[in-house]
Design a binder for this molecule. Structure first.
Ligand SMILES: Nc1ncnc2c1ncn2[C@@H]1O[C@H](COP(=O)(O)OP(=O)(O)O)[C@@H](O)[C@H]1O
Ligand SMILES: [Mg+2]
Length: 236
């Protein structure tokens, strides 16, 4: 059995099914991506894993059933969700936002060492630790959202559209951070509209369309797939 095993997952809004029999697997240490256009169901997938919306099917993480867990229990299992649109607390400082990521933890020493690690990893957050989050640039806000997730001590980080709304140069910086985190052993499941980037940085990818997985494979092979290239990479 895979480390994260999702089988025949269905998710609903007001009784309407928007994810249809999703099957997805990943192993510890993987960086995998789910690509899909606006409305494909990417956010719904991550929200289902975090148990934030009603879903049916099977989801196992490290052998444990996620379907019966409340959102807080999912966080305690180490699945940390970096949400779409960052969802920072704009009127709180960088430091306060980071500490919000540790709100379920009681290991003060561990929190302190993780904070040091975040500042080492994302020095811009250290420089701006007293600045209000709402006054950061878009790229800095994304870094803060990732830093806050790290403060939850993730075993699995789920990232919702880290590139959203950012200039290309800034996106490159963010993806280098994501790659570095993965190189250091963090398992990452990312959903992205920016298929070119997601395929470049992930090892394996799923293609989500209208709530269904329509294709999957090693990212370097999917890049070569004519249907993927045409629909998602802007190639004729
Ligand atoms: N809160 C909601 N209530 C009702 N329908 C929703 C809600 N959120 C998303 N949807 C619908 O579910 C589908 C998938 O949306 P979403 O997961 O946000 O897609 P993506 O993240 O890929 O853009 C879309 O058809 C969207 O309109
Ligand atoms: Mg979304």
């Amino acid at each position: 059995m895979a480390w994260l095993e999702i089988k025949n997952l269905q998710a609903f809004y007001h009784g309407i099914c928007v994810l249809h029999d999703i099957c997805l697997q990943m192993d510890k240490g993987d960086l995998i991506s789910v690509i899909g256009s606006n409305g494909a169901g990417k956010t719904t997938l991550l929200r289902s894993i975090s148990r934030l919306i009603s879903a049916k099917g099977r989801m196992l993480f490290d052998g444990e059933d996620l379907m019966h867990l409340k959102p807080q229990a999912v966080i305690k299992k180490g699945i940390i969700h970096c949400p779409e649109g960052r969802l920072l607390f704009p009127n709180m400082t960088v430091y306060q936002n980071l500490m919000m990521g540790a709100f379920l933890r009681k290991d003060l020493k561990g929190i302190e060492s993780d904070l040091e690690r975040v500042f080492e990893f994302l020095p811009v957050l250290s420089e701006r630790r007293s600045q209000l989050a709402g006054t950061l640039s878009g790229g800095e806000q994304q870094m803060l959202a990732i830093g806050r997730s790290i403060m939850g001590r993730p075993r699995l980080l789920t990232l919702d559209e880290p590139s959203f709304g950012l200039a290309p140069l800034v996106v490159d910086v963010i993806f280098e951070v994501i790659q570095k985190l993965n190189n250091q052993g963090l398992s990452i499941l990312m959903v992205e509209q920016n298929a070119a980037l997601a395929l470049e940085f992930s090892s394996f990818a799923y293609v989500l369309e209208e709530g269904k997985i329509i294709n999957q494979g090693n990212s370097d092979e999917l890049v070569e797939d004519p249907s993927v290239a045409k629909a998602y990479l802007g190639m004729a």
